[in-house]
Write a protein that binds this ligand. Structure first.
Ligand SMILES: Nc1nc2c(ncn2[C@@H]2O[C@H](COP(=O)(O)OP(=O)(O)OP(=O)(O)O)[C@@H](O)[C@H]2O)c(=O)[nH]1
Ligand SMILES: C=C(OP(=O)(O)O)C(=O)O
Length: 230
């Protein structure tokens, strides 16, 4: 495969108009929570390439993930839980809800997102998507959410099969976050595991190896600009 083919982001042309309409109807039913750690403290396992600051990379991963979410999900149904001022600045005016991070780790952050969802739309279908998916495309997120819609509670493991990239429930109030090492197995106690062939959705970037995988798939513009800078 030519390098240009390897590096471009897949825009998935081709499905019939009907399928596109059905899928966008499905994605518009979800409330989507995206937790993003303060970029000064995130991605400690990652050794950034020379000349790139870890903090900037963490920020770029999150901004690429959020741009894709906002392509697919109506902004009023997107809840970003973060204490990061740059993420907050970039989202200002987007229509996404900014939820304060309680500062007690990932599960507490997700719980704050769930509380924000249930305050406005109790019992609504809700998805938690992690914010470190720089290769994610609108097409793969749409396909992932459509697959999750078919079951009451679903978990999509990361590319290694141990972590979680997406966990959903048809009723926000019944979604229990169990993130942390080995979370896919814990989420599977109360959700159906979906082994989806969606590598862009499943490639969370934690370390040098997963950054390499994401770069092979093709990352979004924030991450690409940072990695390509002279
Ligand atoms: N709001 C919020 N998001 C978090 C928190 N911890 C992790 N996240 C987010 O959850 C996703 C997965 O994070 P991890 O890979 O577990 O953690 P990380 O801190 O980014 O990376 P490590 O330092 O390698 O653990 C990323 O989008 C993080 O930004 C937290 O305490 N608060
Ligand atoms: C955050 C998680 O995974 P990882 O540690 O692989 O990022 C998780 O699955 O809870």
């Amino acid at each position: 495969m030519a390098a240009s083919e390897v590096n471009r982001r897949d825009t998935h042309p081709g499905p019939s108009e009907n399928i596109v309409h059905v899928k966008s109807a499905v994605t518009s039913t979800w409330q989507v929570i995206v937790p993003v750690k303060h970029s000064a403290r995130g991605k400690s396992r990652l050794r950034p390439p020379d000349g790139v600051h870890r903090r900037d990379l963490a920020l770029a991963f999150a901004l690429d993930t959020l741009d894709t979410v906002l392509e697919v999900v109506p902004a009023g149904q997107v809840f970003v839980v973060t204490a990061d001022p740059e993420i907050r600045l970039q989202l200002r005016g987007s229509g996404a809800a900014l939820v304060d991070d309680p500062g007690r780790g990932l599960n507490a952050a997700v719980a704050a997102g769930i509380a924000a969802v249930t305050a406005g739309a109790p019992h609504s279908p809700t998805a938690v998507l992690l914010g470190d998916l720089p290769a994610l495309t609108a097409a793969e997120l749409t396909d992932g959410l459509a697959a999750c819609a078919a079951t009451e509670a679903a978990v999509v493991p990361d590319h290694e099969g141990t972590g979680t990239v997406l966990v959903t429930h048809h009723d926000a109030g019944r979604l229990v976050p169990r993130f942390g090492t080995g979370s896919a197995a814990r989420h599977a106690r109360s959700a159906t595991t979906l082994h989806l062939d969606l590598p862009r959705l499943r490639t969370d970037v934690d370390n040098d190896e997963s950054l390499g995988l994401a770069r092979e798939l093709g990352v979004g513009p924030w991450t690409r600009r940072l990695l390509e800078q002279p």
